[in-house]
Design a protein around this ligand. Structure first.
Ligand SMILES: Cc1ncc(COP(=O)(O)O)c(C=O)c1O
Length: 406
């Protein structure tokens, strides 16, 4: 029996790697999971008032289908949140989805045609490329400099008559980099000049260590569509709730405004009790956020320090989210193939990370991604194991002096 070619091509490195971890645990080995960005699995608990709101909704029999576009009260609360970040929107510009993932699927389904091209940062969160490919489009990566800024010349050189959309992820997964206002402005200007949709994923907007500028601040009347959700900042990963917001100043988005809701109607609605709880997430106490960010900053600083202390590994300090994306210098460490490096790290130590090429081969190769959500004692054990593994893979004859000698 035939499976569609479209489906065969779907990949998701972050979870695909788990099959290898299962093989490892079947042999009795203990795994340290540093592969999935799920804070709710690492002791960052969903705040009680949000959990209570979900339970109350279920017990009050709010268990029916919701409106396809989303619960009116939640859409209003989302308007308040996103307007405060500078985006011009009304309730009619908001569509509630079962996670950012579903929102991204709907946007790609609405923008991509076979043969079209979708621009995205290299490296990027894998579903951007997967959904683009699924709908027949070609993902085209533009370069980010080592300091996380976009390379605008590279981006311009990759725009063609087939380009449809420019994707921005800030803070980015896997690098944790945050685009500053100037970079966002330039990206919006380039996209506007070439009549491209701009999809901006701000799911980590609450998990930032310095300044954060929402794209709404520079959007004016550009065709900007923001994706956001409750998984990370509100620790609701398992509940699946996110949303799409379309810049109400943009006339160019009018067709999209009519067509994306059609997809929302076909899938009936997002989860109603969760939407009721999401209203409480936005309107209720917010004090878990600075607490979580403070704790994550400590873990980030520890992990970055340890990684930069390893010969042949260099790691930038991320400005947001909970990932580090260290670079492996293959003149010092035997790591020509980052996927093999990650699999061997797993097989010999039980530490599960994700290969950089899983986030786009053009710019992700030669890196690996670490989730630094676990408590510090677990991170310490993981760092000890990685350090020992890296030193065992020292390239024979590699110089003992040089830029990576510490
Ligand atoms: C950049 C980015 N967007 C979206 C998602 C998924 O969001 P959701 O849980 O709302 O589907 C993730 C999850 O890791 C992510 O890193």
């Amino acid at each position: 029996m035939k499976v569609s070619d479209r489906t065969r091509g779907v990949e998701y490195a972050i979870r695909d790697i788990i099959a290898y971890a299962r093989q490892y645990s079947a042999t009795g080995g203990e795994i340290i999971y540093l592969n999935i960005g799920d804070p709710a699995k690492f002791g960052f608990k969903t705040p009680d008032h949000i959990k209570q709101a979900l339970c109350d909704a279920v017990l009050k029999d709010e268990n029916y289908y919701a409106e396809s576009e989303g619960l009116a009260e939640l859409r209003q609360a989302i308007v308040e949140k996103e307007s405060a970040k500078g985006l011009a929107i009304t309730e009619d510009d908001v569509l509630v989805t079962n996670g950012v993932s579903e929102g991204l699927d709907m946007l790609m389904a609405s923008m991509a045609d076979p043969g079209s091209e979708i621009l995205m940062p290299g490296p990027h969160y894998p579903p951007y490329a997967s959904y683009a490919k699924f709908y027949g489009a070609k993902p085209v990566e533009f370069k980010l400099y080592e300091d996380g800024r976009p390379d605008f010349e590279d981006l311009r050189s990759k725009i063609t008559s087939r380009s449809r959309a420019l994707c921005i992820i800030s803070p980015n997964n896997p690098t944790g980099e945050v685009f500053d206002r100037k970079s966002l402005q330039q990206l919006v200007d380039i996209a506007t000049e070439h009549e491209l949709y701009i999809i901006c994923d701000e799911i980590y907007d609450g998990i930032v260590f310095d300044e954060f500028t929402g794209i709404g601040r520079v959007a004016r009347d550009a065709p900007v569509v923001v994706l956001n959700g409750f998984s990370k900042t509100y620790l609701m990963t398992g509940w699946r709730c996110g949303y799409i917001c379309m810049n109400s100043n943009s006339k160019e988005l009018d067709e999209l405004r009519v067509n994306v809701p059609k997809l929302a109607r076909v899938r009936i609605s997002a989860n109603l009790p969760v939407q009721i709880a999401a209203v409480q997430a936005l309107r209720g106490p917010q004090n878990h956020i600075p607490k979580m960010v403070r704790e994550l900053k400590r873990r980030r600083d520890y992990v970055v320090k340890r990684l930069n202390g390893m010969r042949g590994i260099s790691c930038r300090i991320p400005k947001g989210a909970f990932y580090v994306f260290p670079k492996i210098d293959d003149t010092y460490v035997d790591a020509k193939d980052d996927r093999k490096f990650v699999l061997e790290l797993l097989r010999s130590t039980g530490v599960l990370t994700v290969h950089g090429s899983g986030f786009g081969s053009a710019y992700g190769s030669g890196h690996f991604r670490i989730v630094y959500l676990p408590p510090e004692d677990v991170l310490e054990r993981a760092m000890d194991l990685i350090e020992e593994f890296v030193s065992r893979r020292r390239v024979i004859g590699a110089s003992l002096s040089g830029k990576h000698d510490k």
